[in-house]
Ligand binder design. Structure first.
Ligand code: HEC
Ligand code: HEC
Ligand code: HEC
Ligand code: HEC
Ligand code: HEC
Ligand code: HEC
Length: 351
């Protein structure tokens, strides 16, 4: 009897399986085909940092802007802790951008900005959006709607960015000549600090009487605020991204006229005219303040309003006094308009 070899048996089974698997009906191989045409060379990929270098290069441009900004009140003012509700849309960078794109609704209960930043590069420019120089574009362009004007707009050119924050807050009801009495409920009655867009455009103040004209500072300066405030910088004190007008040099305060001299060709004469105008406006403000104190809406020595019910004229006069004081250009933003507003407001008290 033949002994069954286990190894032989397994080998035979495996062999049978291999035949079963490979048993397809193929004919003999045909002749080789012609060579295909060469493919095109691929295009080299872009260097991942090529566009970064358009800004992050060794020209020191970003550094100059950064050091100017670091010394601006935007960076140092500290009021970005006003990061709640409506305050946050002008006082914090994230609130400003969130209000623009709708992601921050300041009217919602408890709305606030966590980890707030003050106005900075990302607030005004589209930094790190596309990572190209296109990102120097502004976050706001075109005409800006001004509060307290019934929806009117004004185009400040590049200054529209500034006007989005540097404008009066809503006062409701807004006083109107001959209108209803106004209840003043707070010592802070008025349009708030920073109504420079209103004075420059001559829009959104209380306007008694007639005789208002458009000054060339409104109609002739295409980029508004930017032309005067962001002119050739004086170190880290004025111009450029410091956005300041004046600087201290050898102990005296000087006006950075770099933004004015395209139009006002005599710098010394300009400074003299500016000081004269500012003194005249200050005198008008003092005169108006006397009337407000007499009417009881303010007290001597304080600009705080005293809560109570006042005629529209007295409330409007107080609003104008505060707005023109807080504008802080003492007339320069719109010389003829600001002077007229004050004269006409004062005239209300002699009628
Ligand atoms: C439009 C100009 C611009 C371009 C293009 C650009 N950056 Fe920036 N970058 C800035 C500005 C402005 C800042 C903030 C100010 C600063 O810190 O100097 C900044 C900051 C930075 C910082 C510091 C950290 C931070 O976020 O503040 C890094 C890192 C950086 N950029 C990397 C890059 C890289 C990587 C690219 C390309 C993929 C790039 N940037 C493209 C303008 C630019
Ligand atoms: C996001 C809102 C916002 C924008 C946009 C903005 N500002 Fe301001 N600006 C402020 C706030 C808020 C302050 C006060 C900061 C503080 O006290 O913390 C201020 C302060 C200033 C000051 C300093 C005033 C002082 O007391 O020293 C100047 C000047 C100024 N801004 C000019 C400009 C100009 C010019 C532009 C446009 C190029 C501009 N701002 C754009 C909100 C803004
Ligand atoms: C429409 C924009 C806007 C809103 C809303 C706003 N502010 Fe301001 N605020 C400004 C600007 C602009 C300045 C700086 C004005 C300047 O320097 O001439 C400022 C300045 C201030 C200052 C500094 C005043 C000083 O004398 O130095 C305080 C404090 C302040 N705001 C508080 C608030 C509070 C609190 C709220 C919310 C209840 C608020 N702001 C809402 C635009 C705004
Ligand atoms: C309050 C708004 C504001 C802030 C904050 C701001 N910029 Fe600007 N930036 C402007 C405006 C407006 C101009 C145009 C100035 C002009 O027309 O003379 C400008 C111009 C520039 C330019 C020149 C662009 C060009 O095409 O020549 C650079 C670079 C720049 N900014 C970088 C920065 C950096 C970096 C920061 C932060 C450190 C910054 N900016 C913060 C408003 C701002
Ligand atoms: C015609 C040039 C001119 C234009 C345009 C202009 N400003 Fe001024 N601004 C001035 C002068 C001059 C002062 C007073 C500076 C002083 O007396 O120290 C001033 C004062 C200010 C102040 C008070 C703080 C400071 O720096 O003295 C702020 C804030 C301000 N302007 C913001 C703006 C804003 C925002 C705009 C645009 C809506 C604007 N300005 C448009 C020339 C201008
Ligand atoms: C785009 C041109 C232009 C620019 C820029 C400009 N101004 Fe004027 N400014 C005028 C014109 C035009 C008048 C009206 C004619 C006049 O009074 O000289 C005027 C009038 C004035 C007046 C009133 C003079 C008076 O006696 O009533 C003052 C003050 C003044 N400007 C200051 C400045 C200052 C300060 C700057 C720069 C920070 C400046 N202006 C920038 C065009 C300009």
């Amino acid at each position: 009897m033949r002994k069954v070899n286990l190894f032989y048996l397994i080998s035979m089974v495996l062999f049978g399986m291999m035949i079963a698997v490979s048993c397809t009906k193929e004919g003999p191989a045909g002749p080789a085909g012609a060579d295909g045409t060469d493919g095109e060379d691929g295009i080299d990929g872009q260097d991942g940092t090529a566009t970064c270098i358009e800004c992050h290069d060794d020209s020191q441009v970003l550094f100059a802007r950064t050091i100017q900004w670091e010394h601006s009140t935007h960076a140092t003012g500290g009021n970005f802790e006003r990061n709640e509700g409506e305050c946050a849309i002008c006082h914090t960078s994230q609130g400003f951008l969130g209000n623009l794109d709708g992601s921050y609704n300041y009217e919602e209960d408890g709305a606030f900005i966590s980890n707030p930043n003050p106005p900075n590069c990302y607030t005004c420019h589209m930094i790190h959006d596309t990572y190209t120089t296109d990102d120097l574009a502004f976050t706001v362009t075109g005409p800006v709607e001004l509060r307290n004007t019934g929806g009117a707009t004004f185009d400040f050119g590049n200054g529209s960015l500034c006007a989005s924050c540097h404008q009066g807050r809503t006062v409701d009801p807004f006083p109107e000549v001959g209108g209803d009495d106004i209840e003043v409920t707070s010592s802070r009655y008025g349009v708030h600090h920073g109504p420079q867009a209103n004075t420059l455009a001559g829009m959104g103040l209380f306007e008694p009487g007639t005789g208002y004209t458009d000054h060339p500072h409104k109609t002739g300066i295409a980029n508004g605020c930017v032309t005067c405030h962001m002119a050739e910088p004086f170190g880290q004190q004025a111009g450029g991204h410091t956005m300041n007008i004046s600087y201290v040099y050898h102990g005296s305060t000087e006006v950075n006229v770099a933004g004015c001299t395209d139009c006002h060709t005599d710098p010394d004469g300009l400074i003299e005219n500016t000081e004269e105008l500012q003194a005249e406006i200050q005198a008008l403000l003092d005169e108006l303040k006397g009337h407000l104190d007499a009417a009881g809406i303010t007290e001597e020595g304080s600009d705080s309003s005293i809560p109570g019910t006042y005629s529209a004229e007295v409330a409007g006069a107080c609003l104008n006094y505060k707005a023109i004081t807080e504008d802080r250009s003492l007339g320069v933003h719109n010389p003829s308009y600001i002077k007229k507003v004050l004269q006409n407001t004062i005239a209300l008290f002699s009628e």
